[in-house]
Design a protein. Sequence first.
Length: 621
Amino acid sequence: MAEPTGEPCVLNVNIGVMGHVDSGKTSLVAALSSTLSTAALDKHPQSRERGITLDLGFSAFSAPLPERLGGLPFEALQITLVDCPGHASLIRTIVGGARIIDAVLLVVDITKGLQAQTAECLVVAEMAAQRLVVALNKVDLLPPEGRARAVQRAKKRLAAVLASTRFAGAPMVATSARPSGGGGGGGNGGNGGGGGGDAGAAAAAAAAAAAAAAAGGGGPDGIENLKAALLDAAEPRDGAAAAAPLLFAFDHCFSVKGQGTVLTGTVLQGRVEAGQSVELPALKQTRQVKSIQMFRRPARSASRGDRAALLVPGLDAAALERGLAAAPGSVPTFRGAVAEVERVRFYAGPVPSRAKYHVIVGHDTLMAEAAFFGTPDGSGGGQDDALARMVQALEAMSLHRPAAGGFSWGQEYAWQGELYGLEGRPLAPSALDRRRQQQGGGDGGGGSGADGQEAEAHFGPQWALLKFDQPLTAPQDAAIIGARLDLESQGDSCRLAFYGRLVALADPGDERQLARLRVFKPKERTGTIERIAPDGASAICRGMFKKETDVTPFLGATVTTGRGEAGAVEGRFGGSGKFRVAFPPPGLAPAGERGPGDNALVLRYKKFVYGGKGAAGRIQQ
């Protein structure tokens, strides 16, 4: 909540305006806005030259506080519109703006329907916002006589798409930011042309207006109905971060001669006041805020969610473009981190470990190697739990809350060759055998079909160890998105692969620290019993180790015969790779009682991925 000097307390809600390039977002924002910031409506020179949005734009409109919010300590409502670019190459900018967004206005060109970047916008919207409003734009380009039916068909198609997202049942409003008369002849305002026009043109204009109203557009452009839908979507941010250290994300900056540099941005958490010291973590510099403005009006302070401009003396605007201002010492710089992650369900293809991804953190995009891991087999829930966990992760991100937690240094985790979605992770062979034995001992269910597939998969939380190619300066609990932006020239599929939030920092060059990350790969060695001692208390075995293998890490390890007898590795026998196994009473069955597969041996163990070179001390069961 801002405290403007001499002004009423205003609740600010940031609404991201997203959609495919050339869907009419910026024109719609212009029609909605009454107040423009220093970066609004395509002020970027190339934006005007090319006719598309290249950077985030900010503008606003105000309204009385709705009755449903009457119990809050505010006197008015301000909707700040964050105009995001729609071109595929600018997805970094879209994601960079996501963390300041409370709700999303998705703009769809009704003449083209869902397009390539719309799916990516939906992914970002699910991560960024609790609520979504859809503007079916450019309805004036539809033939007037069939406009109402066309709008209803478009709503039905889009509702089917939204049904598989968090935004099922989201409101849709038919709009036209620049009415052209529905294709019935030039002119503005949907009046069928300039001048007086004839009776036919007047009738066409009336039909167009009636069709737009019937389609839910509220007149020829639907702007007022769209404003009403946005006001209904306005909700105050969760107050949990109000007392947190200041975090201010600035997206534009410029110098004022003789006064300093102005940083324009959004308060993500905490509060900033005139005279307060703030750190620019990327520059490792601390400066004092001289004054604050909100949409060109002086303010004493700004709080979480507020759009503000901070005047900071002693900064070189040329060295800054966008970044963070924060409470001194609260934002670290690091080369690695552990993140709790979820797979983007719209991403086609595998998301393998030890591959490089574009990791987007705020306005920064860095290359990072990702290694995925999860809870061990047998410790997860079912597919319903996985779905609930995905929804909770999206809730946490859109409400700007920390991850649900659960990660702990020293706890054991299973290595994953890739990141899995709602299909779950295939069980390791040993866990699968145990699961099948348990099912066989019960009612025999779950052997086939969807239930059987679920029974042969593990569902649990997943994490990624991220190793960045260069240092990253970001909050310790920053939200992240992993993407394959190099795929942008290979069709129109979704390039966003995973999302999540940082839960711990790590130095990828510190082997002692990484050794605390207990990630293991299940391993298996097989061998054969060659000779059984007369008393059955031991056996000479072969085939499990090569003659050059150091068996020291395996001493005492449990091996199991094909008959189910368990013994422990005692040591080598000779120099050819044979080894001795001790079997506790009653020992092994005599050779004459053993079947063809009873002499098979299996040793199952865990090989830990991190912790330095050499196998000693890294093999456990």
